[in-house]
Design a protein around this ligand. Structure first.
Ligand SMILES: [Zn+2]
Length: 348
């Protein structure tokens, strides 16, 4: 995604869009009079304990393997052989886990000229189930290493920026085949997220990014598609991660953010999913929220200590398998898998 924070006018538009729904519903109840709560005189009926939710163990070795498989194709830049081969492999992986796959092909212009052939890969688990959740990541890698000091015009491997989120989702798909749940899940792998214009020319270049998400959000794979929520993963594999509550997510879907961060805290990961506000990031979820009005959040590492706040290997040639920390994949995978299985079990 772009290094720039989203333009304030867009943020205001977003706020207006959601002001009537999610935002108002999320306002905390006000204790207005300060009076002590009235004691109930009704006899207390003991409530039966909720059945425990069985969450399968997220296998970080497996997720790591799925990241490496993508990286082994080489940079997944559009109109390349690596891009075509990786797309075919991703679709075949979803099918191997029993999912129904849609390959949504589209064309989009590159800001430097020419046209890209893109494909969003959608893996549907229990497509007949009307109660659904959405998990997404982008699968392309950036066409140039803008942030590097060498070979800046060569494409990057994108092990973390792209590969990590997809790796976590493929492992979730594998787990669903192993331990079924009573909910529908859509895994949407967006193409052409990372081919945008990062020049500092004062213009709003946000629409040169997230081309697959822009296309999908205006051409949903099923008419009227509306999941309970969407969760986007981006750069979820680097060492020493820090996931803040990203600002667009907080405006569009604050209750989903709370579900995820409270789940992480309950699992002992509040040092990674930190309870603090983060800046807005123009990522795929922004266009899904704006165009399809799906409440979607972004889990993206912004550990700080760099000029941009992103991970140090962001848009450099160091974004290779050495940048991937299995422990980070495990933490993120465990959190989102728990969120999914608890949602399916009706306790989240
Ligand atoms: Zn990127």
């Amino acid at each position: 995604m772009s290094s720039k924070n989203i333009r304030s006018k867009l943020a205001i538009a977003l706020l207006a869009l959601f002001a009537g729904s999610y935002l108002v519903l999320s306002l905390p109840r006000c204790k207005s009079d300060g009076a002590p709560p009235a004691k109930s005189t009704a006899p207390q009926t003991p409530q039966p304990a909720a059945p425990p939710i069985s969450v399968p163990t997220f296998n970080a070795d497996s997720a790591y393997y799925f990241v490496k498989k993508q990286v082994d194709f080489g940079p997944r830049v559009p109109n390349s052989e690596a891009h075509r081969k990786c797309a075919a492999w991703l679709a075949s992986e979803f099918k191997r886990h029993g999912l129904e796959v849609i390959e949504q092909k589209f064309q989009a212009p590159h800001f430097k000229g020419g046209t890209f052939d893109g494909v969003n890969i959608i893996g549907q688990y229990k497509p007949e189930n009307p109660r659904r959740v959405l998990f997404a990541a982008h699968w392309d890698s950036r066409f140039q290493a803008d942030q590097d000091t060498k070979d800046r015009n060569k494409p990057i491997l994108g092990a973390d920026d792209g590969g990590s989120g997809v790796g976590v989702l493929l492992e979730m798909a594998r787990l669903l085949a192993e331990q079924p749940v009573d909910i529908g899940v859509d895994f949407v792998l967006f193409d052409l997220e990372d081919q945008g214009d990062d020049s500092d020319d004062g213009k709003d270049n946000s629409k040169t990014w997230c081309l697959g998400a822009q296309h999908w959000s205006k051409n949903l794979h099923k008419p009227g598609y509306m999941p309970l929520y969407g969760i986007l993963l981006d750069m979820v594999g680097g060492a020493n991660p820090k996931f803040q509550k990203e600002a667009i997510s907080m405006q569009a879907a604050p209750t989903i953010v709370e579900k995820v961060w409270s789940t992480a805290a309950a699992l002992g990961y509040s040092n990674v999913f930190v309870p603090e506000a983060g800046n807005a990031v123009t990522d795929d979820h922004y266009f899904v929220v704006m165009n399809a009005r799906i409440p979607m959040i972004d889990i993206i590492s912004r550990p700080g200590g760099t000029k941009t706040g992103f991970v140090p290997h962001w848009h450099t040639h160091d974004d290779n398998m050495d940048a991937i920390d299995k422990n980070t994949l495990r933490i993120v995978g465990e959190v989102v898998t728990t969120v999914l299985y608890r949602t399916a079990g009706g306790v989240l």
